[in-house]
Design a protein around this ligand. Structure first.
Ligand code: SF4
Ligand code: ZN
Length: 301
């Protein structure tokens, strides 16, 4: 079979659109799609520095690769950051992969360790978490959000890009729906241009399977070892369910995504709250106290 765009042999067929691509044309299609998402939701403005959160997994390394290829033509700069949670035996490998890849791309890279920012590693805070009141990932995720905000501030960036793909977005939507967390559905609107610090997901319209193929066909290094604390819970079941549906109904993920867009905008408007400053640390939040300060208090209780 030939590539639809050139004379080369096709190596990838995009089932939902019926297109076939050689490996170069496939990669270009991902870059074009990413650029389109970025401009559709005003994700990056001219001349900006984009803080790219790179964990060492395939999504974040693919994002770093794609943004570094796009940066020149689209007039923005990138600065990679890695948050080091302090998980012995796991984070070291990822740090080596990211460091080496950033050198190869000529991208600046800074590491932000939890213990320097919060005075304790993830493992330390898990020890304080008596009776496992909070899940490892909810502690870790809250700290990570604050660490990324801090990193962006230090670098002088007003935008942070993460490697979340379309599958991640759909899974999160279902999880928020099942748990009744309608506030969080409002946070899923990809247009964050009115926030002072914007969190963007340039891959939010690309299937996970295509990110995997992009990483593979571009020979990207990435860590395959999962975090020892991973507890994906229901997310894995939802991932499998959506993949099964997509297998028998090509394109169903795209149509669900369109619904997620509409619903998240409605929920965002319905739950709109004036931004305030956390009375404890001064961070932007919507209540009296921000989620990070609240969690630190909960851990000390
Ligand atoms: Fe943190 Fe959970 Fe990710 Fe491990 S899996 S790095 S604990 S969020
Ligand atoms: Zn706070």
């Amino acid at each position: 079979m030939k590539c639809d765009r050139c004379e080369n042999n096709a190596v990838y067929s995009r089932k939902y659109s019926g297109e076939s691509f050689c490996s170069d044309c496939f990669s270009n299609s991902i870059l074009r799609k990413t650029a389109k998402t970025i401009s559709k939701y005003n994700m990056i403005q001219n001349g900006e520095t984009v803080c790219v959160a790179v964990s060492g997994g395939k999504d974040s390394l693919a994002l770093l690769d794609a943004l570094s290829k796009m940066a020149k033509n689209h007039n923005f700069r990138i600065h990679a950051i890695t948050i080091d949670e302090g998980i012995p035996g796991y984070r070291e490998e990822a740090l080596d992969i990211v460091k080496e890849f950033c050198v190869k791309l000529g991208v600046e890279h800074t590491i932000y360790p939890y213990n320097e920012l919060f005075g304790l590693t993830l493992d330390d805070s898990l020890k304080q978490n008596e009776n496992d009141r909070l899940s490892s990932c909810s502690i870790c995720g809250t700290f990570r959000r604050r660490a990324m905000d801090h990193a962006a501030k230090q670098i002088g960036a007003s935008v942070i890009a993460t490697g979340h793909n379309l599958d991640d977005v759909l899974q999160t939507f279902i999880i928020n729906t099942l748990s009744g967390d309608t506030n969080k559905i409002g946070w899923m609107d990809p247009d964050t241009s009115e926030n002072s610090l914007r969190k963007i997901k340039p891959f939010c319209e690309i299937y996970e399977s295509e990110i995997v193929f992009y990483a593979f066909t571009n020979d990207l290094p990435f860590q395959t070892e999962p975090c020892p604390h991973t507890n994906e819970g229901i997310r894995t079941e939802i991932r499998e369910f959506l993949n099964k549906l997509e297998g028998s109904h090509s394109g169903i993920k795209n149509s669900m995504y369109r619904s997620v867009l509409k619903i998240s905008q409605i929920m965002k408007d319905a739950n709109y709250k004036e931004k305030t400053k956390c009375t404890s640390c001064g961070a932007e939040c919507t209540g009296k106290i921000c989620s990070v300060c609240k969690m630190i208090i909960d851990l000390q209780d």
